[in-house]
Ligand binder design. Structure first.
Ligand code: PLP
Length: 459
């Protein structure tokens, strides 16, 4: 999650009565300005405001509206389900929750897998941490409680998931952080030491993880959490050997591998799940966003059979998972989630993300000739452009200047993102994550807006 949308609103002179406290927004600059325009309608990849302006949403909301806006069949499913059964306590069983759990198990290719539903990515990750700790406690490793995460990654806004998040600017003012979290660096090929090949860099980063586990004492480390590709932290794609090596390291030291697929799940990267690019299976996987394309809040934590089994026990022994979420397995959200997955499959949106994504990526690569464009990277429709002051030294472009480029695009009707308020000195990556229904002609609009903004930035 990045601050791009907040910035777009703030800088397109939209303001709001302060009754509405916007995320990631400095309200002071809005004071005394005109009433804000409001988004009133959306269709496909476009948002429409009450001033009649059309915006191409290059971020799919917050990387979540995978099937695009305005799907009547999702609205119909929600209406029908709400009419029939609007809610059931999560300890009860409902058809939509069971069917969606079954569907996730099949999609994951787990022989057996078990899904715990929540309503946001933060809750899904928080749930994963608790499951990992309780799993070790109940399988003879009571000292395994530490969670290793990565610098630059985003995992959520709750105390534990913010602590796991590797973005210093998101933590200022909120100390003390949760106990028991550590960070290791992610592969970052663009800024890796020049002496390393991509593979050697991947190996180095996996070794850093293993060294950290050893230094901490493997008997104290419960889990390693990572996004297959870092998204909001600046779109970092690992070298191909990294994930398989991470899997080996985790297996060797009895550390659970949690994959945060909150962004990369459901077709975004041109594979149905991000980890499929590297053929590595997690122990725990978390989903949100694309699971329902943002039509309703829905998230999931899916675990392998051996983890689920560690929670079996006699009633009264407190071995079961002692968490409940009022909206977990919400029948309306699950019914929408199921239909959303059906649409992704029926319309081959994963394949579309792959083909339109590679079309957009190769156009963006054409911008590497521009003096400010240091790197272009990504997979499918999760793309990043790293901006620099100087290509030789790779000195990062300052956040304000990068932000001006985002705002220039917004003024021209194309909303794109940036990794704002994340890494000190490195909030210089533009992010593109449009709905997966994007067509080449719409990719051209994104490209044109960016080239225009980059041209402007030279003046
Ligand atoms: N994990 C990743 C990779 C994310 O990008 C996000 C949000 O952007 C989250 C977790 C948290 O999700 P939510 O905002 O639904 O709590």
């Amino acid at each position: 999650l990045t601050i791009e949308l907040g910035l777009i609103m703030q800088n397109t002179e939209i303001n709001t009565p302060d009754a509405l406290w916007r995320p990631m927004t400095q309200h002071q600059v809005m004071r005394g300005k005109d009433a804000p325009s409001r988004i009133v309608r959306a269709e496909g990849c476009f948002l429409y405001d009450d001033q009649g302006k059309k915006h191409l949403d290059g971020l799919a909301g917050l990387w979540c509206v995978n099937v695009g806006y305005g799907r009547q069949e999702l609205a119909d499913v929600a209406r029908d389900q709400m009419g029939e059964l609007c809610y059931a306590a999560p300890v009860l069983t409902t058809g939509p929750a069971v069917e969606l759990a079954d569907k996730l198990q099949t999609l994951m290719g787990f022989e057996k897998g078990h899904t715990y539903f929540t309503s946001s990515g933060s809750e899904a990750n928080e749930t994963a941490f608790k499951i990992a700790r309780q799993f070790h406690l109940q399988t003879g490793n009571p000292r395994k409680y530490k969670i290793i995460a990565r610098h630059r990654a985003y995992h959520g806004n709750t105390m534990a998931t913010m602590t796991a998040t590797g973005q210093a600017e998101r933590k200022i003012g909120y100390d003390p952080m949760a106990a028991g979290f550590l960070h290791v660096p992610p592969p970052y090929p663009y800024r890796a030491h020049a002496k390393f090949t991509a593979e050697e860099h991947g190996e180095e980063c996996a070794k850093f993880l293993e060294d950290t586990i050893n230094y901490e004492g493997a008997e104290t480390v419960a889990a390693f959490i990572m996004e297959p590709m870092i998204s909001g932290g600046g779109v970092l794609v690992p070298p191909d050997n990294y994930l398989p090596r991470v899997r080996e390291v985790c297996d060797k030291h009895g550390v659970l591998l949690i994959l945060d697929e909150v962004v990369s799940g459901f077709g975004r990267t041109g594979q149905f799940f991000g980890h499929l690019h590297w053929g590595v299976k997690p122990d725990i996987i978390t989903f949100a966003k694309g699971i329902s394309s943002g039509y309703l809040p829905l998230a999931a934590t899916v675990v392998r059979e051996n983890i689920f089994e560690a929670f079996y026990g006699e009633p009264g022994t407190l071995r079961h998972f002692r968490q409940i979420n009022t909206y977990g397995g919400h029948p309306v959200a699950c019914a929408v989630g199921l239909k959303n997955i059906e649409i992704i499959e029926r319309e081959s949106l994963t394949e579309n993300a792959r083909s339109v994504g590679s079309y957009l990526q190769s156009k963006l690569e054409g911008l590497l000739a521009h003096p400010y464009v240091g790197d272009v990277r990504g997979r499918g429709l999760l793309l990043g452009v790293e901006l620099v002051k100087d290509k030789e030294s790779k000195e990062p472009m300052l956040a304000d200047k990068a932000n001006a480029i985002v705002q220039h695009c917004a003024k021209n009707g194309v909303m794109i993102g940036r990794n704002g308020n994340t890494i000190p000195g490195l909030c210089n990556v533009l992010i593109f994550a449009p709905p997966l229904v994007l067509q080449n002609s719409e990719a051209d609009m994104i490209f044109d807006a960016l080239s225009n903004a980059l041209q402007q930035a030279l003046n």
